[in-house]
Ligand binder design. Sequence first.
Ligand code: SIN
Length: 287
Amino acid sequence: MGLAAASDAAQKINVVPLSSALGADIVGVDLRAPIDDATTHVIRQAWKDHLVIRLRGQELSEDDQVRFGETFGPLNRSARKRAHHNAANPAVMLISNIRENGQLIGALPDGEMQFHTDQSHQETPCSGTMLYALEVPRVGGDTLFANGYTAYETLPDAIKQRLAGKRALHAYDYDNASTRRGTVLKEGVPHAVHPVVRTHPETGRKALYVNRLMTLRIEDIEPQESEDLLQMLFDHIERKDFVWGQTWKPGDVVLWDNRCTVHARTDFSAAERRLMRRVTILGEKPF
Ligand code: SIN
């Protein structure tokens, strides 16, 4: 594709904000074919500006989704084995409540999930997560996103000062507390320590980096003070005016930035099928 055509493709894109909190629809892009550099640039800029982007009505093979994911950086290919054994491409993980022969075909199967940011229990959490919807329940199973920049920026100065330089322990208990927070670190549970306020490596902006599902405690303060502070920060980041909710339709592609957002899932009926394909973009150590 020549430069003039490339620029034509990029000029046809519309970026339509979804709420005052965050989020934008990218309209006018078909992801079945590779996208040119100018289009990539527009989409990447929209992702930086809006934190969560959505492209509706897509018909993607696993390889199409992986190719689009790779325009944002190298993908994680170490997803847990049991969660992607039904996907052919090793970068793809299935998120699903579907059981075949009594076995789950994907990860994070059932119901509501508290607000979290992906892989904050790891040393280098993924920078972005992309879900592509194949089957969705008629009601519920929405994904809610909250803006971590706004959450930080609207904290009282006294709290910002209290949080300056503080670090927090994040853990994720795949077996016992995968949807609701645990309060003690059990042996063998994967965990990591990160700044409570992190700086986004591309925008330079500060974002609140704690979440209700995986942040267990703030280090170097009394346990009760840590718990009180965390509960206040969880409530703050989840404020309604910082949140936008995605109600899924098959064919939706949503990409979110884990460095400056948290997300949650609303409940849905166990009798309904939900099937998403997920890829995650490798990230950096939070600072
Ligand atoms: C996730 O937290 O990565 C899954 C979100 C969802 O299933 O909506």
